[in-house]
Design a binder for this molecule. Structure first.
Ligand SMILES: [Zn+2]
Ligand SMILES: [Zn+2]
Ligand SMILES: [Zn+2]
Length: 347
């Protein structure tokens, strides 16, 4: 793959949901790299190879497809029979796959994160691709947020024992890439050429298609194996900030509200609703922002119609999983939403 560098052309803002650019002129700091969130940034291009196949390919205007919305352990959660997990076992409509998105543009698709539910998510993405046998290029590439169970272990399905892809582009921070290169079984994917790693430091971006790009944003999170990023996904009409996994917003510098400058849609960490939902544990010590706190913080932007907020990465303990429960009603009455499986967000 060539590494053509391009400047991202300025594009008209969405008619609604946009923040005034001058209001919050701050830098996106990726714990080292800082860039203006709105100014055009140099981007590496991923558009140098033709689509693997046009047969049955996704087509039409650029769109974000939601492939999963659960915390790393999924719903039902491994080894659990709580009310939410039991409901999901009885009613498949209550089940949720592990958090993941696909950016679909120009008849091609890129994954954001490779989850343990990757097999099902690939089927969801391209159920009628029409390739005989195993499609060895099921997506154009993968962007990774970090090295926790739900976000990268699906890479194993691209390996020799399964799809056996050839030089599938995988973008991660230098720290994430170093972890994959140095540790089996991920190092094996690199050594035999199933994947090709591309380092994407916080602040750097990749242009996927005309007017569609993905830029990494450094995020504070438990960094045992790698650091962590979220992604700013820019489309011709809409800018989406995706942060499925983060420490409390108090740990953000600059603060979240400043980083939402120019963003139309925020898809944010909704792991826990409130501090008391895990018996015997204080979830605030686990480090995620609580939905209640996120709503307090962002309600002025949401109620003013300047930002749409969806929660994702819900833990099985989160009472907002119940579509008829009081917590879900409280979220929706304040103008927020829980991200739905297979939801589509036009870009
Ligand atoms: Zn996670
Ligand atoms: Zn459970
Ligand atoms: Zn994590």
């Amino acid at each position: 793959m060539t590494a053509r560098r391009r400047a991202l052309a300025p594009r008209p803002r969405a008619a609604s949901g946009a923040l005034p650019r001058a209001a919050l002129a701050v830098a996106w700091c990726g714990f080292g790299a800082c860039v203006d969130p709105v100014a055009p940034q140099p981007l590496a291009s991923a558009a140098s190879e033709p689509p693997a196949s046009e047969a049955g390919a996704v087509s039409g205007a650029p769109v974000l497809r939601v492939l999963g919305t659960a915390q790393d352990g999924g719903l039902p959660h491994a080894g659990c029979a709580c009310d939410s997990c039991s409901a999901a076992l009885v009613d498949p409509a209550r089940a949720r796959r592990v958090s993941s998105l696909a950016v679909v543009a120009g008849g091609r698709a890129w994954l954001i994160d490779a989850t343990p539910d990757l097999r099902e998510q690939l089927r969801l993405l391209r159920p009628a691709r029409g390739v005989p046998g195993v499609d060895r290029r099921p997506v154009e590439g993968v962007f990774l947020t970090h090295a926790h169970l739900g976000h990268y272990t699906g890479l194993a399905f691209f390996g020799y024992e399964a799809i056996h892809t050839r030089e599938l582009p995988v973008w991660g921070t230098p720290s994430m890439a170093a972890f994959l290169r140095a540790n089996a079984p991920w190092s094996r994917l690199v050594e035999i050429g199933n994947i090709r790693l591309h380092e994407l430091p916080p602040g750097a971006g990749v242009e996927l298609d005309a007017g569609v790009s993905v830029t990494a944003l450094g995020v504070p999170h438990r960094d045992e194996l790698s650091d962590t990023v979220g992604f700013l996904i820019r489309g011709p009409r809409t800018r989406v900030l995706y942060v499925p996994d983060t420490d409390s917003w108090n740990a953000w510098d600059p603060p979240l509200v400043a980083r939402l400058s120019g963003v139309d849609v925020a898809i944010l960490d909704g792991t826990f609703f409130a501090a008391d939902e895990l018996p015997g544990r204080d979830v605030s010590e686990i480090g995620h922002p609580l939905m209640r706190e996120s709503m307090e913080l962002l309600e002025p932007l949401v109620s003013a119609g300047r930002l749409a907020v969806y929660f994702t990465h819900l833990n099985h303990s989160n009472p907002a999983l119940d579509p008829h429960g009081p917590q879900r009603r409280a979220i929706e009455s304040r103008g927020f939403r829980v991200l739905a499986e297979d939801q589509r967000i036009p870009l």
